[in-house]
Write a protein of this length. Sequence first.
Length: 80
Amino acid sequence: VFKTHLLGRPLIRVTGAENVRKILMGEHSLVSTEWPRSTRTLLGPNSLANSIGDIHRNKRKVFSKIFSHEALESYLPKIQ
């Protein structure tokens, strides 16, 4: 595990299966992920992709119903 910079932004490099597992299992408590600034600007600050934690989970629950297989099939007559 070591710290460096990539394109002027801080970066932590992790190697080894056990270290990677610890990082991935601790997502949102050890590390956080985010889209590049340009993508965040395009998608908006309140988009599903830019949400984390409970807010992301709640939005995803709503979208999963809207985009379920059954829901998509029900939209076909209106689209065609």
